[in-house]
Design a protein around this ligand. Sequence first.
Ligand SMILES: Nc1ncnc2c1ncn2[C@@H]1O[C@H](COP(=O)(O)OP(=O)(O)OP(=O)(O)O)[C@@H](O)[C@H]1O
Length: 310
Amino acid sequence: MTSIDVHELTKEYGTTRAVDRLSFRVQPGRVTGFLGPNGAGKSTTMRLVLGLDRPTSGSATIGGRSCAQLTEPLRTVGALLDAHAAHGGRTPRSHLAVLAASNGIPGSRVRAVLEETGLGDVGARRIKSFSLGMRQRLGIAAALLGDPRVIMLDEPSNGLDPEGIIWIRELMKRLAREGRTVLVSSHLMNETASFADHLVVLGRGRLLADMPMKQFLDSRSRPRVRLRTTEPARLHASLASKGLTGVPAEDGRWVIDGVTAAEIGALVAGEGIPLLELGDERATLEQAYLDLTAEDTPFAASPARNRQEA
Ligand SMILES: Nc1ncnc2c1ncn2[C@@H]1O[C@H](COP(=O)(O)OP(=O)(O)OP(=O)(O)O)[C@@H](O)[C@H]1O
C-alpha cells in the first residue's frame, strides 16, 4: 500500500515559515480532504511531497521514497497543481504524449485519459482556446495518465460547471475505492463534505486536525434538535420540566440545544405531544472548519465594528 508520509516537514521562504514541523500520513483507500485558510501551506506541502521544492528540514515521502528518487514519477503519483501548467500552443494529445513518453507510459493511455476526462473530442485543439474548466480536466487527465497509486489534486473543482463538479466527486471516490491514495485540497466546504472520508487541516503551516470527517464534525459540535409540533405550549412546558428550553425558529420549527432527537422523542412520546417532524441537526463542515481555523486565518475581513471605529 502506498501512503504519503510527511514527517517534521518545515519549509521557510526567507523569514516566512510556510510549513512548520508538519507530520501526517495520507492513507490509501479513502479520500483525504486537505483544508486550511489562504496561505496555510497546503500548496507548499504538496510541492514538497512531489519533490518540486526542497524542504528546509524534515521529509515527505510516497511509499517510503522521496519523489526525487522515482525514475518515472507519473507512474507512482499523479498531481494537479496548476491548471495553467500545460503550454497553450500544444494540443492535449501532444501534451499528454510527451508526458507519457518521458515516463515510460504506453501511448494508449493518452486516449484513455482524454476519454475519461471528457476531452475525447477536443484532443487536437490548441490548449490556449480552453476554458478554465477544460484546462482543469486536462490537468486531471495528466494526473491519471500513469495509472498512479497516489493522486494529489489542488482545488480540482476550480472552474468546473455543476456537471463537472459531480463528475470529479465521483471520480475521486472511485479512485479511493480502487485502493488509491487521494489527497485533495479545497476551499469549498460543501464540496469537501461530499467526497472526503478523512480531513487534514492546516493553519499557519501547522497541523490543526487529522481525523475522519465524522469525528471532526462530532468533535466540534454540540447536539441540537429541530422539531415541529402542533402543540407548542405543551412542548414548552414539557421541556421546562426537564430544564430544557425550546427556541422558536423562523420557519415555524423549534430548536433545542444540548439534546438528541432520541431523547426528545422519548420525552414527547411519553406525554403524547404530537410531532410533525423531529431530527438531529448536523453540524456542517463549514461551521466546524470556521470554528477550528478562526485564530489561524490571516486574511479574514475585519468585523464591521472595527471598520466603524476606524
Ligand atoms: N515560492 C514562494 N516564495 C515565497 N513565499 C512563498 C512561496 N510559496 C509560498 N509562499 C508563502 O508560503 C505561505 C504558504 O503558501 P501556500 O501557497 O502553500 O498556502 P496555501 O495553503 O496553498 O494557500 P491558498 O489556499 O491561498 O492556495 C504563504 O505565506 C505564501 O506567501
